[in-house]
Design a protein around this ligand. Structure first.
Ligand SMILES: [Zn+2]
Length: 486
């Protein structure tokens, strides 16, 4: 039996007693995951599906090699191997420029531009040719949040000729901790308008096109076509699959960035030359399993690090040369200074870019359903409004009030009278609930509480469960204005 080290990503650490590294034994990768499930029973439902098969949204690496390229879960291990789990969070070939010679020659640099871009012109790898390519290039940035901010700023400063901005959201106070393209005065403005002003201030020579709308399967091909590169700086799985599929169909590279708490990933999904996002993650994790930044938090500076890595990939694709992240995923753990590049391969069976790709028409795919966001009609989750919860608490009626937020969120604000049970422990601690009275679940936004109810019902709990609709944010809005929001 080999003794191996398993590196656990932040998103799954709640299920491994917060441990980031585990020592496990087994002859094969499958043995090690069985040992993991035995030691930490909460991981079982995350790693294995109902048929005891490992889930497709998890990628496992031995060193930097994906087990899919060896013998998958039957791969034999040796002492001292390091296994890394890379779940979906929402190459190496020399990069060829996406800008043709003809387009490079369409542009000249005037004296102002020669001065402005002088530090690029002094680099042999960029030079006048590269700078003219940047001027000809059209780059669309999807999402003007934490990742989109440094992307837009550096691409504008670098002299990318045309920058497109897609976002439907408005600037919120909680964005300002990391979305450095927006300022305090921009709160409540559309993000695309605020970002456009910032780009103009950095470099008035850049043309900016804005799309103040949400990407959907009806508009994604229209919005994405005509661009040389799309940078995916979004924060949700629906947008990521939409952008990947549209880029694959349109034949343009998708420069991908994602982050959560202290960890981030960067890759270039360019189906012509390497794998696409679907090749690596054929399906997203079950809805609610991997929390978003608005639930789990994110280190502000990580957005700058990951977004800047994306800008670097965009610039190499335009200028040509260097080593790109096509066929590779760069994984960064900023808190522990772990930086690794993993190889990822094209999946011949991929539905969008494989040999028998069967997705021809994006409009026909229900991306909400793919990402598990459709409410299952057979088992609706009952909801309760904040005002009703207040009335019931005031009446002195006996209820089970369960807070499923993290301990550090409870340090920000506690909900009076609520009992804390982490979602991972609900199944085995269900005896602590009185099934003869209603159980009301609370969390920050009312999403993790839905996952908690589903988990408990799957574990066979028969009592009535209610979800505090939209979470404690509505308590602050409708019941107690002094209750802090975060
Ligand atoms: Zn693919």
């Amino acid at each position: 039996m080999a003794v191996v080290k398993l590196i656990v990503p932040t998103t799954l650490r709640n299920y491994t007693g917060r441990n980031s590294e585990l020592s496990l034994t087994g002859n094969t990768v499958l043995d090690v995951f069985k040992a993991l499930a035995e030691q930490y029973p909460d991981t079982k439902n995350i790693i294995f599906d109902a048929n005891e098969k490992p889930m497709v949204f998890i990628n496992v690496f031995i060193g930097t090699t994906n087990i899919k390229q060896i013998n998958c879960f039957d791969t034999v291990l040796k002492d001292g191997d390091t296994l890394t789990l890379i779940p979906a969070i929402a190459g190496g070939a020399i990069t060829e420029s996406v800008i043709s010679k003809e387009r490079e020659k369409e542009n000249k640099l005037d004296n102002d531009e020669i001065l402005r871009y002088s530090r690029h012109l002094l680099l042999r790898e960029v030079g006048v040719k590269g700078q003219k390519k940047l001027k000809s290039a059209k780059v669309l940035i999807a999402g003007l949040g934490g990742l989109g901010a440094p992307l837009a700023q550096y691409l504008a400063a670098a002299g990318v000729g045309t920058i497109g901005l897609v976002d439907f959201d408005k600037v919120d106070t909680t964005n300002l901790q990391r979305q450095v393209i927006h300022g305090t005065r921009d709160v409540n403005r559309p993000k695309v308008a605020s970002a456009k002003d910032s780009i103009r201030a950095i470099n008035p020579k850049v043309k900016v096109e804005v799309f103040n709308e949400m990407l959907t399967s009806d508009n994604v091909l229209d919005i994405l076509s005509g661009w040389d590169i799309v940078a995916d700086a979004t924060d949700n799985y629906v947008a990521r699959y939409l952008i990947n599929d549209a880029c694959s169909i349109l034949g343009i590279p998708d420069v991908f960035g994602a982050m959560y708490q202290f960890e981030g990933q960067v890759s270039v999904f360019y189906a012509k030359y390497g794998p696409c996002y679907r090749c690596v993650y054929p399906a997203p994790p079950p809805a609610g399993l991997v929390p978003t930044c608005s639930q789990g938090g994110v280190l502000g500076v990580l957005a700058g690090i990951i977004g800047s890595f994306q800008a670097n990939e965009v610039i190499k694709l335009i200028v040509g040369g260097g080593e790109s992240l096509i066929g590779k995923i760069l994984s960064i753990d900023a808190w522990n200074n772990r930086y690794q590049v993993f190889d990822v391969a094209k999946d011949k069976e991929c539905h969008i870019c494989g040999e028998r790709a069967d997705i021809k028409n994006i409009e026909e795919i229900d991306y909400q359903e793919l990402c598990g966001l459709k409410v299952e009609e057979e088992e609706p989750i009952l909801a309760i409004e904040a005002i009703e919860l207040k009335k019931r608490l005031d009446s002195g009626e006996e209820i089970n009030l369960i807070d499923v937020r993290e301990p550090h969120e409870q340090a920000i604000v506690q909900f009076p009278g609520a009992k804390y049970i982490p979602i991972g422990q609900l199944a085995r601690r269900q005896e602590e609930l009185n099934p003869n009275v209603d159980t009301i679940f609370i969390c920050k936004e009312g999403k993790r509480s839905i996952l908690a109810i589903k988990t408990l019902k799957e574990a066979g709990y028969k009592g009535a469960c209610y979800n505090l609709k939209d979470g404690l944010n509505t308590w602050a809005r409708d019941v107690d204005k002094s209750f802090p929001q975060y």
